[in-house]
Design a protein around this ligand. Structure first.
Ligand code: AMP
Length: 128
């Protein structure tokens, strides 16, 4: 696997406190903050603090501790937002874009948690 991490990406700058963010949750290995351009009433990004470009990079090279922390952090943010169907919430969608076809804008792994309205079909069939 050949991933080269760009230390100048915007989420790296957030992690170094060089630019502000609206943090909603933080752990030793993970940070969750509000998306600056929300697509729904709830739109939170969850990132690992380690230098991982995208999901497969993380899944294949992160430590077990980082992976457990990250997955738990996503679950915790869902709970904080009151959106888990199992807790009476209306549900949510998790998205993680990777690379060119995934139209990933920021080359630091992030999962989007999107919720708070009906989200329609999973993919836009008109997109190319
Ligand atoms: P993606 O296309 O999956 O890489 O999504 C990148 C996301 O990062 C977009 O939803 C942007 O709105 C969001 N974003 C970009 N810069 C910031 C920032 N400074 N703070 C919070 N979210 C940001």
């Amino acid at each position: 696997m050949a991933y080269s991490y760009d230390d100048q990406n915007i989420f790296a700058k957030i992690l170094r406190d060089e630019i502000p963010n609206d943090t909603v949750y933080e752990t030793d290995h993970s940070l969750a903050f509000k998306d600056i351009t929300p697509q729904a009433p709830h739109h939170v990004l969850v990132i690992p603090k380690g230098k991982y470009v995208c999901f497969d990079h993380f899944a294949n090279t992160a430590s077990d501790a980082e992976i457990v922390d990250y997955i738990r952090a996503i679950g915790e943010v869902c709970k904080m937002l009151g959106i888990p169907p199992g807790d009476g919430g209306n549900g949510y969608r998790l998205l993680s874009n990777a690379g060119q076809d995934g139209v990933q804008e920021v080359p630091h792994l992030h999962v989007h948690i999107v919720a708070g309205r009906g989200l329609g079909r999973m993919l836009n069939p008109a997109a190319s």
